[in-house]
Design a protein around this ligand. Sequence first.
Ligand SMILES: *Cc1c(COP(=O)(O)O)cnc(C)c1O
Length: 385
Amino acid sequence: MYSNRINNLPPYLFAAIDEAKTRVSEKGVDVIDLGVGDPDMPTPDNVIEALCSSARNPDRQKYPSYIGMLSFREAAAKWYKKHLGIELDPVSQVLALIGSKEGIAHIPLAFLNPGDVALIPDPAYPVYKIGTLFADGKPHIMPLLEENGFLPDLDAIPRDVAKQAKLMFLNYPNNPTSAIAPEGFFEEVVEFAKENEVIIVHDNAYSEMTFDGYTAPSFLQIDGAMDVGIEVHSLSKTYNMTGWRIAFAVGNAEILAGLGKVKTNVDSGAFEAVQEAGIEAMLGPQQCISDMNKIYTERRDVLMVGLKELGIDFQPPKATFYVWAPVPEGHDSMGFAKILLEEAGIVATPGVGFGDYGEGYVRFALTRSVERINEAVNRMGQLKI
Ligand SMILES: *Cc1c(COP(=O)(O)O)cnc(C)c1O
């Protein structure tokens, strides 16, 4: 009944984890869910107010424009200038998205012919690979190894593959590894892109979620980046707005126009009241960002101390609300996640869920209170592993 495209999809591990979680909670276990990367804190009130008043305006209830309201794109340009120091033309260099997942999934449709290669990091947010497969593209995996700081080794990409590649997806600060891009890395990427005529799509969903004085760069800060790529930013994590479905892409106008062509033909843009709420999020008070980062730092530190007591000791992440922890010896990621769930009532995501190179790790999301994380740490301390 289904297309090969659907039949060939890899099994969706997260559905299996959800099922296992439900099974355990139904037994009456008080489950601590550190599985999904969905902020537990609410959207700021000023943003909710903006949505409510905008939704009452009949003009906002109509079909939106495909590329986003000019006012939203202007706000995104201002936001980029203020937060990441990049000048953008709101008319040609900003495109509104219905969440960045939407944009990422549609990009391959604009640039890949059947069999064209896209360079995909592994482990990674699954949409880069799935979007490529849905466009009948051919993923070429770039392993993200701990010894390389979870950066792809661009020199390890075979020359012929590099020459055939049309797209490369990157994401720093990174989900799931929480790695950051060191100075010089994006320069290398721009050089690679120019040499091989590859379009770079940098997913910067976590640019604002940074700790210990670290600030994450934009890919577009690099000389020449605007010629070769785009960057996707989402309001989901920055303003606790995952359910609102609002994001935007910025950068090279010609590349954005390609994505815009796909969007024009398959969707009708983000609800304008949500765009106006997004404007309020971006141009209103920004205190919520540092407040949240303080909370995530505290949660991270509690978890790191707990892991250290278990003999799992590594540098605390400087960004994202994930802790990517190596599993204890003698376990694989599925097995260890199963033990955490069944013997401690803790949901963590097995690394293989993000690709083969995620094996050997589990991801904890810092999306529960310090008290709950502390409780999780106590329970882990009692595990016999
Ligand atoms: C959460 C996340 C996003 C944001 O997705 P939205 O569709 O905008 O909610 C994008 N990329 C990565 C890597 C993420 O973890």
